[in-house]
Design a protein around this ligand. Structure first.
Ligand code: CCH
Length: 267
């Protein structure tokens, strides 16, 4: 039986890294947990965090996962220290612990994922299952409905963009969404509503900036205020942080469970 409390303590202890981005690897760990889970398709039950298949081609080569090899490598010492813990469990737990350590809500999380060392081709999800930031509401709905989420879940989960930043050498986009990229908050929703977002003039892909030019939004972020159904929820979360935290907690917990097959009960 793994010592989960000790593992959580070790994850928390490694988050602060002054030389990394804004001083914490928390945001990239949240992204790893999300991308390892967000490949799930309810149509055939493939994808998801079980198996930790992001280590294997073609999933490892998906452009959407660029940069996440660094996050995976940073967790390897913990895999060595806790060999009984699967990478699938480690990557998803690290996301949960990171959100909480950065001031966010705790999400329900259960162990029991089994790594696939030599997966059959059909066990590794194809490229293109994760959302494309250049697209709008119909595409976002396609992708998240495939996972089994609804419009409210989509907006709640997108609130994770209060954290972290875009990197030109990973996605091609540049900059943070908020002034507090290592603090989990409802700031992303407040900024979506309150700021005037204009197209950034640069050679890179289409993205939007606030009047200061320091903060950014992706086309897929602005889709949340361009689509009237999404916008109602954005407005609610901008006003009511507690409801956002409650909804994020359950939607993120649900995301991390997608496609997980356990041989025994959850705990
Ligand atoms: Fe995201 N995200 N995300 N995102 N994301 C990026 C970075 C982060 C999309 C695109 C991008 C979610 C949904 C979406 C995080 C969490 C979540 C980047 C920049 C792009 C592009 C990557 C880079 O350059 O490093 C799109 C499109 C969608 C939905 O339509 C969801 C859901 C979550 C979690 C629940 C976090 C955190 C980051 C910051 C990573 C970092 O390294 O700072």
């Amino acid at each position: 039986m793994a010592d989960w409390f000790a593992l959580e303590r070790d994850i928390r202890a490694m988050l602060k890294q002054p030389e990394w981005d804004d001083g914490s690897i928390g945001p990239v760990l949240v992204r790893l947990a999300w991308h390892s889970s967000g490949t799930y398709s309810k149509k055939d039950g493939t994808g998801g965090s079980d198996g930790a298949t992001m280590r294997h081609a073609p999933e490892s080569t998906d452009g959407a996962n660029a940069g996440l090899e660094k996050a995976r490598a940073m967790l390897e010492p913990l895999k060595k220290k806790y060999p009984a813990v699967s990478r699938g469990d480690l990557w998803t737990l690290a996301g949960v612990v990171a959100v909480e350590a950065m001031g966010g809500p705790r999400s329900p999380w259960y162990p029991g994922r089994t790594d696939k060392e030599k997966p059959k081709a059909a066990e590794v999800p194809p490229n293109g299952r994760l959302p494309d930031a250049s697209q709008g509401a119909p595409h976002i709905r396609d992708v998240f409905y495939r996972m089994g989420f609804n419009d409210r879940d989509i907006v709640a989960l997108s609130g994770a963009h209060s954290l972290g930043r875009c990197h030109t050498d990973r996605s091609g986009y540049s900059g943070p969404w908020t002034n507090t990229p290592t603090r989990f908050s409802n700031q992303y929703f407040k900024l979506l509503i309150k700021e005037k977002w204009t197209k950034k003039k640069w050679d890179g892909p289409e993205q939007y900036e606030d009047p200061s030019g320091e903060l950014m939004m992706l086309p897929s972020d602005l889709a949340l205020i361009w689509d009237p159904k999404f916008k109602v929820v954005v407005e609610e979360y901008a006003e009511d942080k507690d409801t956002f935290f409650k909804d994020f907690s359950s939607a993120f917990g649900k995301l991390l469970e997608l496609g997980v097959r356990r041989s025994s009960a959850k705990l």
